[in-house]
Write a protein that binds this ligand. Sequence first.
Ligand SMILES: [Zn+2]
Length: 65
Amino acid sequence: MTEGSQGSVKGTPFAGNDRPSRSFGKGRVCKETGCGTRLSIYNRGKYCYQHEPMAVPRTRGKKIA
Ligand SMILES: [Zn+2]
């Protein structure tokens, strides 16, 4: 009887791992004219990261007007 290696539990494998997480459609492209960058299915916006209107560069500290 070898009880020495009994408690070796290797993390339980996730069964539902190959399930696609929330996606927003495949093969969508940036709405910007002439861009045509394919959007990630995880990108819920209509634009690529370069043209995403919400992509505001963060400035440290105060906002400079
Ligand atoms: Zn774009």
